[in-house]
Design a protein around this ligand. Sequence first.
Ligand code: GLN
Length: 491
Amino acid sequence: MNAPTELHDFSVAELAEQLRARKVSAVETAQHFLARAHANAGLGAFLDFNEEATLAQAQAADAMLAAGTPGAALLGVPVAHKDIFVTRDFAATAGSKMLKGYRSPFDATVVARLAEQGAVTLGKLNCDEFAMGSANENSAFGPVKNPWDQTRVPGGSSGGSAAAVAARLVPAATGTDTGGSIRQPASFCGITGIKPTYGRASRYGMVAFASSLDQAGPLARSAEDCALLLSAMCGPDLDRDSTSLDVPAENFARNLDDSLAGLRIGVPAEFFGEGLATDVRAAVDAALKEYEKLGAKLVPITLPRTELSIPVYYVIAPAEASSNLSRFDGVKFGHRAEQYSDLIDMYKKTRSQGFGDEVKRRIMIGTYVLSHGYYDAYYLQAQRIRRMIADDFQQAFQQCDLIAGPVAPSVAWKLGDKSDDPLASYLADIFTLPASLAGLPGMSIPVGFGAENMPVGMQLIANYLQESRLLNAAHRFQQASDWHLAKPEGF
Ligand code: GLN
C-alpha cells in the first residue's frame, strides 16, 4: 500500500504521526476537514460547526506540537461528536426539536477526555432523535445519506458519525450504542466501530435514552484507530456517573498485533437463521474462513434467547426513556410552547411540539409497561429475561473467547423503506440487542460488499472488559484484508 497523499485519507494513527513530524499543522488539518464537511453538506451528516472554537483548539495543539509536548496521543487530530454529547462550544440537540440550539455549560466527560488527548472538535453530528432509531430518519433535522449510495440510509442512531467517517469528512467520530447504534451504522457505512463494556465510558453529559444500556464508543476506519480513541474515552468517572466502572483506563492499542493462533470464535446458530440475507451471510462466512486462516478455531455455540432480545429491549429501553425524557417539560430547559392556558396545557403543548413521532411512541410504550397493573407482566418479566440473556452469554464464553456473527440481517436499506413501519425497523436490531442487554463489548468491522455494492459488517462480541481482545482480533483481520480501506466513490 502506498502512503496516502491526501490529508483526509490518512488514518488517525497516520495523521497523528504527520502532525507530530510537523509535516502538516493542526490548523491546516482542521481547515481541510472543515472545507470537506461544508462541501459535502448534502449528506446531512453535520448539525453544527463553530469554526472559531475549532481553530482555537487547533492552534493550541500546534503550540503544543511546536513545544514538542509529549503524551497526548491525538494531538491535532480532528474528531466530531454525535449530537447526543453535550458540548460547551457547540449546540447539543440530541437530534430533537426539543433541544434546538441548546448550549450546555459543560462538556460531556467523553468529549473532555478526547480534548485532553489533543483531539480537535470539528463539529456535531446528526443522529436519530434521542438516539432512537436504526436509520437516522428520526432526526428532527433531516435524514443522513449513506455515502455508498445516497438513496440509502446510513444506519442509526449514530448515522451522522458513520456517514462522516465513511465519506472522509472527519478521521474519527464518537457515537453511542444503546441497542446497536455504533455497530449497525458502522456496518452500513463500511467502517469500524466499538461499543465497550457497559460502564467503561462515562455517561456524564450524554443525553440519556436508556440509562442501563447507553454506552459511548468510537467510529473510525480501522480497529487501530478505534483503539486510539477508545483509550482516551474510557476510564472511571465515579463522581459523575453512578454506573461508571472502577476499572483503570487502558491502552487498548497495546496488543493489537498478538497472534490469533488458537483463538476460539463462537458462531451462534441463532445468528445465521432464516432472516439473514444471503449476501450478508456470504460475506460473514468468508470472514470466518479468513479467521480460520489466521489460526482461529470456529466453535458452534447457541444463544437460545436471541429472538427474545427484541421484545425485552423494546420494553426496557422505552421504560427507561419515558422516565429520562420527563425532564423535558418546558420549564427547566429546551423548547417551550409559545401559547398555553395553564401549567398542564404548557406541558402538553411543549411535549407534543418538541418530540417527534418515534419518541412519542416510546414514551407511550414506556409509560404503559411501567404503569400499575402492567409493571409485573411487562417490565419485571423483561428484566428477568434480560438476566437470562446475559447468562446465556456466560455459558457460551465457557466454550469460546469471542463470538462472531452478522451485525444486521441486511445491508443498508433505501431511505423511506422502513420509516412508516417501526416494527420492521425494530426487528432489524436482532443481532445487536443481545450484547447490549448483557452489557458486553461489541464491535463491527467491514467484511465485504453485498447486494448493490453496499458494505457488510461482521460483529465481534467479547466477555466483559475484553475490549483489547476484540480490537486485537479486528486488527489482525484488517491486516490480512483491505475491506476497511475501501472508499465510497466521489469521496
Ligand atoms: N435501533 C435501536 C433503537 O432504536 C438502538 C438505538 C441505539 O442503540 N441508540 O432503539
